[in-house]
Design a binder for this molecule. Structure first.
Ligand SMILES: [Ca+2]
Length: 332
């Protein structure tokens, strides 16, 4: 047995036998959230949803699909909700929009095997929920911001009833690094969620709703081989789903190591200590660059995550959940 194997076995034992106090104490929802996701392209959205579904301290009011093939994304969300026995959570379809060709829907086979259902409009649902629960809802925004820009256009007063938006987006001092976490991050670069629809991002930052921003600086944590081995140490419908989805992502992208962009945002929503924030004024230009500039802060921005706390939260919750479907989730 080498050191890596011994470390993995020790970690498995600790995570299975000693769930963190966060998990043990958090059986009653303390936060109410909506999620807007472009699940299906990159793999991190699936892990972000898995973490929230595995978190008893989170009440999910609804999950909306964003950007690109939003119908297939909703079908994928439905299947994930079914596999975890959470069909009670409303699934909404957002605006189908792309800028230059279709995105790479890397997890298309798993998504398309799900059973199709009708879906209501994501924008109307978001505004209705904000109005019904004023000052209570956190919106987890982990996709290009087209749905959110449309909601602000349709009813800015209703949108302002959100408690806050936790956003994976932007690049303050650091840009995209390699996919391995080896080379230092590049200088700031245009981050995907902002750059696909900069006008929508500008509307969000002007909306008056408090923003917690998780830029590239804080979110390029790797789900490396050791962590994937931990995930494979148990078999539940949720962990099995993540394994298949990760395999489809890897086969499609030739990229073995997921980057946990959106998962860092979800984890910070659950436990703010995972990514402490600094108030900054962020200026978003028409191309999608996000730069800190002098002025009244318009976002609380995390620049440095607590990677150990992140991994502990994510793996503890994924390995200790016992979510199961109540009926068949795929077409025969
Ligand atoms: Ca995403």
């Amino acid at each position: 047995m080498n050191l890596k194997q011994a470390t993995t076995i020790l970690a498995i034992t600790l995570l299975h036998l000693c769930p963190t106090t966060i998990f043990a104490q958090a059986q009653t929802p303390t936060q109410t959230i909506l999620i807007d996701t472009d699940i299906g392209d990159d793999i991190d959205d699936a892990y972000a949803l898995a973490l929230t579904l595995a978190s008893p301290d989170i009440k999910i009011l609804g999950i909306s699909s964003a950007w690109g093939d939003t119908a297939l994304r909703s079908r994928m969300i439905d299947r994930l909700l079914c596999e975890t026995g959470r069909d009670d959570i409303p699934s909404l379809t957002g605006i189908e929009k792309t800028t230059h060709g279709a995105a790479n829907f890397s997890q298309q086979p798993w998504a398309a095997a799900g059973i199709p259902h009708p879906h209501k409009d994501a924008i109307a649902f978001l505004l209705d929920q904000a109005t019904q629960h004023p000052g209570q809802i956190t919106l987890l925004a982990i996709a290009p911001l087209t749905n959110i820009g449309a909601a602000i256009d349709r009813d800015p007063a209703a949108f302002r009833k959100l408690k806050r938006v936790v956003l994976m987006g932007g690049s303050v001092y650091k840009g995209y690094s390699d996919g391995l976490g080896i080379t230092p991050p590049a200088p700031p670069s245009r981050e995907y969620n902002i750059a696909m629809d900069p006008a929508a991002a500008q509307k969000l930052f002007r909306s008056g709703v408090p923003i917690v921003m998780l830029p590239l600086d804080a979110t390029q944590l790797k789900f490396d081989e050791t962590k994937r081995a931990l995930l494979a140490s148990i078999s539940t419908p949720l962990t099995d789903s993540l394994q298949v989805l990760t395999a489809e992502y890897t086969r499609n992208t030739h990229w073995p190591t997921p980057t946990m962009f959106d998962v860092v945002a979800a984890a910070t929503l659950i436990d703010p200590a995972i990514c402490p924030t600094t108030p900054l004024h962020i200026d978003i230009d028409a191309t999608g660059d996000t730069r800190p500039t002098p002025g009244t802060p318009n976002a609380n921005v995390c620049l440095t995550p607590n990677e150990q706390a992140f991994n502990q939260l994510l793996l503890t919750r994924l390995l200790n959940q016992k979510l199961t479907p109540t009926h068949t989730c795929t077409n025969p």
